[in-house]
Design a protein around this ligand. Structure first.
Ligand code: KG4
Ligand code: ZN
Length: 353
């Protein structure tokens, strides 16, 4: 079964053709990173406009690269939730239109769940039950999958996602957007033990909170340069030496990674899953991969870097599995769901009549 996946939930316009949920035939990603870098973050209106400009060429390129004509495509998967409204709308309208015109079954895909499915595209696909640590710019979640259909959200962030914290801390200490890769790079030259930053204490055993860690980093940086907490964060970076900046990057990264690995290990010990996987943009973080590998007793699956950040191969892959268990959706009625959580997903999809 050849599935065309389409992704436009944030600042990447992507399309991909995947065979039987295992083999990538094409994977086209048009990143808007350069456009948003000058604003220091994603500007929703700018993102939506860019999606409009490139969605058709990206889809055509994905078909061409895969050597597929429309006759070869068996289904379309579309990331319709969650994400930025304007961004989701462009991909979803394109997918609905194509499903109607080309008469293809359409599968609505939850973007966050799809991140996990990048792991099914590796040489060692996970076996159920699968414990998944999903860490991206908008999400930090621990999910236990009993099967493709049945999963439990063990915990999630109560405020900022871990990727968001990387991005905000980067801004504070004067590193470029996107913060994840630039903090990771600066951390290589820094001392992770120089600044003691707190791990959040939460009532939910598997919940996360990264807003406090971001603020603690800000407070420590203000203190380091001899200012009090009223000193504006955007004026701090020039006062830090390069060594202080790198030490903050390393100390922040260590605390964030330790928090993620602590909770993943606790969940592993409680549920003893057959596989542990990490997914989402922050799964590209080398330190996180190393620490998971070092502390989790079984091998931890991680997708190749290109499949950690947003892409449509993961959308096509999840659509393939969804097609085994679910009826396609009526393309005339599919609506975007910008804030749909993973736990609500199965209840909100109405099959085509
Ligand atoms: O999954 P993704 O591409 O988009 C969302 O669905 O949010 O994740 C983007 C996030 C950004 O916050 C980015 O800073 C972070 O992933 N990221 C990283 C690394 N590469 C990307 N965070 C830490 N270390 C990295 N190497
Ligand atoms: Zn994502």
């Amino acid at each position: 079964m050849r599935v065309l996946g389409i992704e436009s939930s944030c600042d990447e316009t992507a399309a991909s053709v995947v065979l039987d949920g295992t083999k990538i035939l094409s994977n086209v990603v048009n990143s808007q990173m350069d456009i948003h870098a000058k604003y220091g973050g994603v500007v929703p209106e700018v993102a939506a406009r860019s999606h409009i400009e490139v969605i058709n060429p990206v889809i055509n390129q994905a078909l061409k690269d895969s050597g597929s004509s429309w006759d070869d495509i068996d289904a379309i998967g579309i990331a319709y939730a969650p994400g930025l409204s304007g961004s989701l709308l462009i991909g979803t309208l394109a997918a609905r239109t194509l499903a109607i015109l080309k008469q293809k079954p359409l599968y609505p895909i939850h973007h966050v769940k799809a991140h996990v499915y990048a792991n099914f595209l590796t040489d060692t696909p996970p076996s159920f039950p699968v414990l998944a640590l999903i860490v991206s710019g908008k999400h930090s979640e621990l999910v236990l999958f009993e099967s493709h259909q049945k999963f439990t959200l063990l915990g999630q962030t109560q405020d900022d996602a871990v990727g968001e914290a990387f991005d905000k801390v980067a801004k504070i200490i004067g590193l470029p957007y996107p913060g994840g890769p630039s903090v990771a790079k600066a951390a290589q030259n820094g001392d992770p033990n120089r600044y003691k930053l707190p791990k959040a204490k939460l009532s939910g055993q598997y919940d996360f909170s990264f807003s406090g860690l971001k603020t603690a980093t800000l407070r420590a940086a203000q203190k380091e340069v001899g200012k009090d907490f009223t000193f504006p964060s955007h004026q701090l970076a020039p006062l830090l030496s390069l060594q202080q900046r790198d030490d903050f990057a390393a100390s922040f990264q260590k605390t964030a990674v330790d928090t993620l690995v602590d909770k993943t290990l606790q969940a592993y010990q409680q549920f003893t899953p057959a596989s542990v996987v990490v997914a989402g943009g922050v799964a590209a973080n080398q330190k996180l991969r190393e620490e998971l590998t070092r502390r989790i007793p079984i091998p931890v699956n991680a997708p190749p870097l290109a499949l950690c950040t947003d892409n449509a191969a993961m959308i096509a892959t999840l659509a393939f599995y969804q097609a085994q268990f679910e009826k396609p959706i009526d393309p005339h009625t599919l609506e975007i769901q910008p804030s749909l959580s993973m736990s609500a997903q199965t209840m909100t999809i109405a099959p085509a009549s």
